[in-house]
Design a protein around this ligand. Structure first.
Ligand SMILES: [Zn+2]
Length: 72
């Protein structure tokens, strides 16, 4: 069992505001609309979801990948 983080702090590149959001457990969240300025956040090329690009914690799929590779 691996302890996964379910919350990530998304930082908006437009206005710089940081907001704690709960990540979906089973799927990646591709887009996120900033609640402060209304900007749409998208993943950077090579990232699977907005949490991987803009969040303090990457999505759970990436966390599992990292935990798996770190455990070897
Ligand atoms: Zn914003």
């Amino acid at each position: 069992m691996t302890a996964l983080t379910h919350e990530s702090v998304l930082t908006c590149p437009g206005c710089g505001i940081a907001k704690r959001e709960t990540m979906p457990a089973v799927s990646c969240q591709i887009t996120y609309r900033c609640t402060a300025c209304g900007a749409d956040l998208w993943p950077a090329p090579g990232d699977c979801c907005v949490f991987c690009t803009h969040g303090s914690v990457p999505c759970q799929a990436i966390q599992q990948q990292r935990a798996a590779s770190a455990g070897r």
